[in-house]
Design a protein around this ligand. Structure first.
Ligand code: DX5
Ligand code: ZN
Length: 229
């Protein structure tokens, strides 16, 4: 397993993102998760490509941009141009998912598909070989700090099975929502390798962020080691 910690800046201090990202990086962050919300696909508005562009200047880590927007096709180029290294799009809004994934890859970013908790795994069946990663939502998207939905564990296993059957054994599964010290081991054991966490890293404020990131990463690595045995 290739565990990567992806702190979600949604729970960081928006007036001090650079400082908070530095703290998480010292604690072992591997990529920075950026939650883009449009107030339409999800009931919340967050940030757009100007912030991605600003973050690009303050961190060398890959920027993992999660698009919770109704019309992602319209903005793919703008986000990759701003510095996104991974772009994930929701299957629920994309009738031409195959084309969208091809577009993201053509722009030079890693292409991921996101499944809401109520979206069945079978929606990935026809594109399972074309994906760079799959993001399994373990809460309903829109807000940080929500409670992990237990059924997400079975979903992670099912997605892993689908990707493996499609021969895409290297595409990792990312999990997003309610990941903390009480849930991280179970999601890793189920097969998740990229771990998004907002509240668990930044919820205790700047002074705690480095230690919180390190604790979560250590717990994930220990679970991965256990799973490999
Ligand atoms: C939710 C976002 C998540 C969120 C996770 O819509 O996609 O990335 O920031 O937050 P926590 O880790 O606090 O559940
Ligand atoms: Zn997210």
């Amino acid at each position: 397993m290739n565990i990567r910690l992806a702190p979600s800046i949604l729970a960081a201090d928006f007036a001090a993102l650079g400082r908070d990202i530095e703290a998480a990086t010292r604690g072992g962050a591997d990529q920075i998760h950026v939650d883009v919300m449009d107030g339409h696909f999800v009931p919340n508005i967050t940030i757009g490509q100007p912030v991605v562009r600003a973050l690009r200047k303050v961190t060398a880590l890959p920027l993992d941009v999660h698009l919770m927007i109704s019309d992602p096709d319209r903005y793919l180029e703008a986000f990759v141009d701003a510095g996104a290294n991974m772009v994930s799009v929701h299957v629920e809004v994309l009738p031409h998912l195959h084309r969208t994934l091809g577009q993201i890859r053509k722009l030079g970013a890693k292409a991921g598909v996101v499944l809401n908790p109520s979206t069945p795994v079978v929606t990935l069946e026809e594109v399972a070989g074309e994906l760079d990663f799959v993001l399994v939502m373990s809460v309903n998207p829109g807000f940080g700090g929500q409670v992990f939905i237990p059924n997400s564990l079975a979903k992670i296993r099912a997605v892993r099975g689908l990707l493996d059957r499609a021969g895409n054994t290297r595409a990792p599964i990312e999990v997003d929502g309610g990941i903390d010290l009480t849930t991280v081991a179970a999601v890793v054991e189920a097969g998740a390798e990229w771990l998004v966490a907002g509240q668990a890293i930044f919820g205790g404020g700047h002074a705690q962020a480095e230690a919180a990131a390190r604790a979560l990463k250590d717990a994930a690595l220990a679970a991965a080691e256990g799973a490999a045995r």
